[in-house]
Design a protein around this ligand. Sequence first.
Ligand code: ADP
Length: 271
Amino acid sequence: RRLVEVNAASAELASGEALLFFRDVTSELELSRMKTRFLANAAHEMRAPMGSIRGFAELLLVRDYPREQAREMLDTVHRQAIRLNTLLGDLLELSKLEAQGPAAMPLGPVSIGEVANRAMKLMRLPGDKRVLTQTSDDELLQVHGHGARLEQVLINLLSNAVKYSPAGGDVALVIDSTSDAVPAGWCAVRVRDSGLGISPEHVNQLFTHFFRADPQGPIVGTGLGLVIVKELVERMGGRIDVSSELGVGSTFTVWLRRDGTTAEPPALAAA
Ligand code: ADP
């Protein structure tokens, strides 16, 4: 069903006939609905941490609690404030991305190996038992993109891989430009984990605002990280897809153009 705006007032002809102007406003209306829904979701996501901060602060103001109990309440207030802060950070990031034109993210040749090195370095924490590996079949490979933003993409995917592998397990970053799976002119950067995995009915929702497979679960998040990742990758002319098995693990693949190529993008499984 399409929505049409009709305008007749401006065009009375001398012959007594009238001209009707039709304008298809379906997509404008859909966009405005999407924005309203997005705002409603954002407000809803902020409500829970706000409510908890306010509630505990009020309790602490009106009564004296034993030290240990007060500490626990303050700890919750602190964690919820951090959650709000992360959510606001992600929201700001998204709106900035939307407001900025292509000039804000100049694209050019980027050494993907170096970007991956930097991202991996940030992920390796002292005492962490997880095995993080990185392999590349072409150390000198240059892709078309933006270095700092590409690093942000990989950090986001790597932190998800670690975050959604609660029992530890391996996380691998693989740069593949020569295997049969990679079409000419392209390069695949895969971030693979052996964590929780994602069920088939959730896979298609991963890149929608605020989607979280287990919103009540112990792992905190905003459901915006992958939206930002997808937006950034697509701005670089790349693609992202995912394959996953519940209880086995997930692989997120960032497809990037090799520097200087005009090849068509690869056909993707899900994105
Ligand atoms: P967040 O992690 O803040 O919730 P994301 O947009 O990064 O937001 O991810 C959205 C959802 O996708 C997560 O809540 C989680 O359910 C699922 N997800 C993302 N990455 C993984 C992964 N590596 N393994 C399992 N589930 C994942």
